[in-house]
Every structure is written in structure tokens, then in C-alpha cells.
Design a protein around this ligand. Sequence first.
Ligand SMILES: [Zn+2]
Length: 81
Amino acid sequence: MKTVKCPRCGSAAEYSPANAFRPFCSERCKLIDLGDWAEGRYAIPVSTPPEPEELEAALEEAFAADSLSGASGSHEDDHLH
Ligand SMILES: [Zn+2]
């Protein structure tokens, strides 16, 4: 019987079709390990700066909203409700 070291706890784990959780020793270890992945503990942090076009659109939107509220002039109080 071929065994491998469980990547999670280091115990001997049977490495065969009989072990559905290989290379882990048990379902528990497999789930814990998958949980780690899901929580991003192993993930490489990636920074995704906003696309220049998106940024520009957002700025235009903000500017348009500004000029609209400015154009309403005497109705400024309407925004306080
Ligand atoms: Zn284990």
C-alpha cells in the first residue's frame, strides 16, 4: 500500500483510489486545506487598479452630477430631504 504524508497534518495517508481524500489522510484534513485556499491564505495578493477609462467615466459622472445640482440653483434645499 502506497502512503504519502498528509499535506495538512503529516500523518500517513493511503494514496490509492480507496482513499477518496488523497493526498490527505481524511476528509477533515482535506476540508481544512480547501478552506485555507478558499480564505485566500495561500493566494498571491493581486492589486487591480481601476482601468483609466473607468476612472475617467466616474469622474465625468461626478462632474455631471455636480453641474446638475449647481444648475438647480435655488432648489438646493431639495437635496436635504
Ligand atoms: Zn491529515
